[in-house]
Design a protein around this ligand. Structure first.
Ligand code: PHE
Length: 342
């Protein structure tokens, strides 16, 4: 699927203030302006940051297309070298550098938060670029996207449980949440409130306080009813033991072949770009399309129906859930292009 020059526009710039490489990657604008969050984290090299931006932008094309949003896919990455500590002043300088770059896209790339950034950063970025979303409500935005993201993942978990166990109830289910960041921690508490037995794992152990924990090493192979990847990508493949895998982490599979390996092992994997779309759905239907909170949340809950469709098609056709979700997205992308293929 990945061909040469697949992305429409990619700009990496050495930030003039921070000395940190900042990237905006636009994978596709076929359905509308590219939308995707800003990841601020450490990478061994700037090329690793760029590669992550390319993968994440592509994931957003599929996420937005499957969600039925009139947006293409893009992503920003602020790639702080692994050897450099992320101090508040470096963050501010790097965000300013990225903000200037985002402004040059003049609305053809819409930015929101992702790992390492949040609503307050969006306020700061807005002073450099207009097309920044998820500001706090006090600044006229809809606030953190982690809440609707978690709502959508819960809807996806229930649809997955129905397919695997015949009931959407999480009560009594052993659920392993990997990554207790903004979305993972919300998921863990909602699942526990709904009666699940939640096991948490995070490199920062203090984030798991109050939960049964398991070490991060080998966590994706833990015995559980549901595995919830809520950290970085490239983690799910052969060796997984939970019968249901569904979570918000982007680019979860170690490779596209992993989808077939999971199917062959009888494991149901809900594609990340289906399950994790709640944040972008809620934020952009409200902030860019003017939906009210209830209507926007109903769009988030509709993720359950998409999961049902994708799982049913994969089961009926003997294909993978990845192939069926990609087909759904490709259908919309090709319709938008009037049948044109690129
Ligand atoms: N971080 C979100 C994701 O990966 C992207 C996002 C973009 C969220 C715009 C809100 C608004 O899906």
């Amino acid at each position: 699927m990945v061909g040469p020059w697949e992305h429409e526009e990619v700009v990496t710039r050495l930030g003039p203030r921070s000395g940190v490489p900042v990237t905006v990657a636009v994978h596709s604008r076929r359905l509308g302006p590219a939308a995707g969050g800003i990841r601020l984290t450490q990478y061994p090299t700037w090329q690793d940051g760029l590669a992550d931006a390319l993968r994440l932008a592509r994931g957003m094309t599929y996420k937005n297309a499957v969600a039925g949003l009139p947006f293409g896919g893009g992503k920003s990455v602020i790639a702080v070298p692994s050897t450099v500590p992320v101090t508040p002043s470096l963050r501010a300088d790097a965000l300013a550098d990225l903000g200037e770059l985002i402004a040059t896209f003049d609305g053809s790339y819409l930015a929101g938060p992702d790992i390492g950034t949040g609503p307050d950063d969006m306020v700061y970025l807005r002073s450099f670029a207009r097309h920044v979303f998820c500001l706090p409500e006090s600044h006229g935005g809809t606030g953190p996207s982690s809440l609707p993201t978690a709502r959508g993942v819960l809807a996806a978990i229930r649809a997955g449980l129905t397919a695997v166990f015949g009931s959407p109830s999480v009560s009594g289910r052993r659920v392993v949440v990997v990554g207790m960041g903004s979305v993972g921690s919300l998921l863990a508490s909602s699942l526990r409130s709904a009666g699940a037995s939640v096991v948490a794992a995070d490199l920062i152990e203090s984030r798991c306080a109050g939960y049964e924990t398991v070490p991060v090493a080998g966590v994706y192979e833990t015995d559980a009813d549901v595995l919830v990847p809520a950290a970085v990508g490239g983690v799910v493949g052969a060796g997984v033991r939970a019968p249901l895998v569904v979570g918000p982490a982007n680019n979860q599979l170690r490779s596209d072949d992993a989808a077939a390996a999971l199917r062959d092992a009888g494991i149901v994997w809900v594609p990340d770009f289906v399950a994790g779309a709640g944040g972008v759905i809620y934020t952009l239907t409200r902030e860019a399309e003017g939906l009210d909170p209830e209507a926007a949340m109903a769009r988030v809950e509709a993720i359950a129906g998409t999961v049902e469709t994708v799982l049913a098609k994969a089961a009926a056709n003997g294909t993978t859930t990845l192939a069926e979700a990609v087909a759904l997205a490709d259908g919309r992308l090709n319709d938008a292009a009037g049948g044109r293929r690129s």
